[in-house]
Each structure stands twice: as C-alpha cells, then as structure tokens.
Design a protein around this ligand. Structure first.
Ligand code: BTN
Length: 276
C-alpha cells in the first residue's frame, strides 16, 4: 500500500489557527500530507467551539491534511490515527539521565504507556490529566472533484508547558499537565514532531483499507483507558451513565447502560466523564 510521507512541513511563528490554514489549503486542492506547525496560535481552536491556548514556543501545535477513503461515519478514525501516532511517538521517547533532557525515538528503553487515550480525543496521563487534544475538521464545501474529501486533524500537545501546576489557570489545575511534568525533564519538541510525523505515515495509510481500519480500532481499544470505566455521556439534550464497554470498528464508543448498549458517535458528545 502506498504511504503518504508528511514532509511538506509549513512553519509559522504566529498564525490564527493551523487547522484554519489547512482547511483553506484543502479548498485550493492541496494534497494529503501537508503539515502546518505553529509556535503560537492567536485563535487556536478546541472542541465544541472552545479556544486552545498555549504560550509561544512551549508546546507542539500542528495540523495535518488527510484525504482518506473514509465514509462519513468512519471519520472519527482520522482523529484516532493522529492520536495513535502521538501515542506511538510519546511511547518511543527515552529519558536521558545524563543531560536531564528527553529525546524522542532515540535508542534505549521506551516510556511505554506514559500516555493513554481518553475517548474521544484526549491524551491523558496515568492520573487522568490531559496532555493533548485532537480536533478533526472537515469542510464539505472544500471538496475538489478530482481528490478524495479532505479532513484536517489538529493536535495540541502540552510538551513543556505547564512546567509546574502553578503555571495553569485555576480552571485547568488538576485537569491538565505537560509531558515535561510527566517525564520529569524538558522535552525536545522537534524530536517529538519528527517521531509523530514518521508514525503518522502508516497510521494515515491504514485509514483507507478495511484491515487498516480494523487495526486502528484495535489499537485504540488497547490504548483507551476509558474502557471499563463508568462514564457519563452528555449529548445535546440528553445525559446517561453507564460502563464504557467497547469501541466499534468505526471508532465509536459503546456504553452499557443497565444492559442496553448505546453507541456514541464522537461528534455528538459533549462530555464523557470517567467515574461519573
Ligand atoms: C481539544 O479541544 O481537545 C482539541 C484541541 C486541538 C488543538 C490543536 S492546536 C493545533 C490545531 N490548530 C487548532 O486551531 N487547533 C488544533
């Protein structure tokens, strides 16, 4: 299977939003594989219309343009592919005890499951604090007839900010953390970016085949610490509590509500709260 290499990396000192930039590029027919990376975003977009804030130069803020052969209801797997590539990259990082800094994907023992996925789109620490969020955006009007429809997937990774909990605004205290805090040393963002983009090649290619999608869903199940926990799902106009029991091959969450299995599609969810 041919694989896109994510080597067309466009860098911005400051931009409103790397997702916005790539949605515009997609409208002009840009191919799969374009990457936008920013030191700072003035209008970074988060899920549900929220803002994604990070001080300049501290964290990884990037978006990738994908054109996978996916049905509309399989779109969540694009988020999954990027989240898994980030987990791959972070898991491959090793701590260099000598210098006190952390590099990605050098030789040595990896950090294993330092970070897991909280369905639908968060990367979290073992104690449940968010270290990254993923936002997939598609603009049906941007379809170019000769090309598969685009989906832009952005990820913000808290790499070196916050350095300590004191750096966080009160509303994020206890809810967010950085890789630096998890790993106990400053992290080399460039090495992490390289590792993520390398991991993304096979992860993105998997989106366009049945077996690849099954593999992504299986890897999501393995990395997803939401499974087996009690969750409260907030949908527009409705909430319910149940046990997160599985993830479908399309990446949707199945929740056991007193023996009735409800399938939750990422786009509809306001919150999935563990331990509800
Ligand atoms: C979330 O709310 O959890 C998703 C946050 C996604 C933030 C990233 S930062 C790079 C890319 N550009 C944006 O405007 N947003 C995403």
């Amino acid at each position: 299977m041919s694989q896109t290499t994510f080597t067309d990396v466009r860098r911005f000192d400051s931009i409103d939003s790397t997702n916005r930039y790539l949605l515009d590029e997609a409208r002009s027919g840009a191919p799969e594989g374009v990457v936008a990376v920013a030191d700072h975003q003035t209008a970074g977009r988060g899920r549900l219309g929220r803002r994604w804030e990070a001080p300049p130069g501290a964290n990884l803020l990037l978006s990738v343009l994908l054109r996978p052969a996916l049905d509309l209801d399989q779109r969540h797997l694009a988020t999954t592919a990027v989240a898994l590539a980030a987990v791959d990259a972070i898991s491959g990082m090793v701590v260099d005890d000598g210098s006190g800094s952390v590099a990605a994907n050098s030789s040595g023992s990896g950090l294993g499951s330092a970070v897991t996925i909280k369905w639908p789109n968060d990367l979290v620490t073992p104690d449940g604090r968010k270290v990254a969020g993923v936002l997939a955006e598609a603009d049906l009007a941007s379809a170019v007839p000769s090309l598969p429809a685009p989906v832009v997937v952005g990820i913000g990774i808290n790499v070196n900010w916050p350095a300590t909990d004191e750096d966080l605004p009160p509303e994020l205290t206890g809810a967010a953390a950085s890789l630096r805090q998890v790993l106990g040393a400053e992290v080399d963002s460039e090495a992490l970016l390289d590792a993520l983009l390398a991991a993304l090649g096979p992860r993105a290619a998997a989106l366009s085949s049945v077996s690849g999608r099954a593999r992504l869903a299986q890897d999501l199940r393995s990395s997803c610490t939401t499974l087996g926990t009690t969750v409260r799902v907030d949908l527009p106009g409705e909430s319910f509590v149940g046990t997160a029991s599985s993830v479908t091959d399309d990446g949707h969450l199945v929740v056991d509500v007193d023996g009735t299995f409800r399938t939750v599609v990422a786009g509809d969810v306001v919150h999935v709260r563990p331990g509800a």
